[in-house]
Write a protein that binds this ligand. Structure first.
Ligand SMILES: *Cc1c(COP(=O)(O)O)cnc(C)c1O
Length: 229
């Protein structure tokens, strides 16, 4: 299957899930998660209609960007972000989806301020409360967002999560539902610099369940590009 055929198939499944959830297909943003895939293949995905491209590794992103991989498409950072790499993503990425703790939000905000810009971010939530995983713990989310309001250079546009690997689909659905409840609850509150628009969850194996639970950004790699090298 070509990248274009894969995207057409994924779009069809997104449309079906959106319809079941009472939403239109255009309300769901398809991010092509392109780690390990070449600039040429990224371009194929953009040409085939991916809404945005998501990268995990700063080094790889910089190399592919220099090759023009993302021209004409929004670029999202979706991977683990080290504080010393923040300077390479702020002002470069349209959306940093993986702002995973208060300190990182602060560093991103300061960098953006020094550039005279406002950086759009999503706060990554450790919805499975896993010790070895990054992301703000659900119980700390409100405090983190309150403090983010003080940072001039930041605009929080929503939440992102990668739920734990679950043997059981129902268990995973509970994590998606819990994320949606957090999203809705925070949206109803008023924090400075926080404007809840996006809930980013769902990957190749689970994006239809994520959409049914209320996701409006899906990050899809293998189902578009095939297995990673
Ligand atoms: C790799 C990756 C994806 C895509 O995963 P697939 O299973 O290949 O669809 C989505 N989100 C993040 C954060 C990733 O690292």
């Amino acid at each position: 299957m070509s990248i274009a055929e894969n995207i057409a198939r994924v779009r069809g499944e997104i449309a079906d899930a959106a319809k079941s959830a009472g939403r239109g297909p255009s309300e769901i943003m398809l991010v092509a998660a392109s780690k390990t895939h070449s600039a040429g293949r990224v371009r194929e995905a953009i040409d085939a209609g991916a809404d945005a491209v998501g990268e995990n590794r700063v080094q790889e992103m910089m190399a592919k960007r220099a090759e023009g991989a993302y021209d004409g498409a929004p670029l999202h950072f979706i991977g683990h972000l080290q504080s010393n790499k923040v300077k390479n993503v702020v002002g470069i990425c349209d959306l940093i989806e993986s702002a995973a703790d208060a300190r990182l939000l602060d560093i991103i905000g300061k960098r953006a301020e020094s550039l005279g810009i406002v950086q759009n971010v999503l706060v990554e939530v450790n919805i499975g409360r896993e010790n070895n995983k990054s992301g703000v713990m659900p119980d700390e989310l409100y405090k983190t967002l309150e403090n983010a309001g003080g940072a001039m250079g930041i605009r929080v546009l929503g939440l992102m999560a990668v739920p734990p690997v679950c043997d059981d689909k129902d268990e995973e659905k509970r994590f998606f539902d819990e994320m949606y409840n957090l999203f809705v609850d925070i949206r109803a509150k008023k924090y400075d610099n926080v404007n809840m628009q996006f809930l980013s969850m769902g990957m190749s194996d689970d994006f239809t369940d994520a959409i049914l639970a209320g996701s409006n950004i899906v990050r899809i790699g293998a189902a578009i590009f095939g297995p990673r090298r």
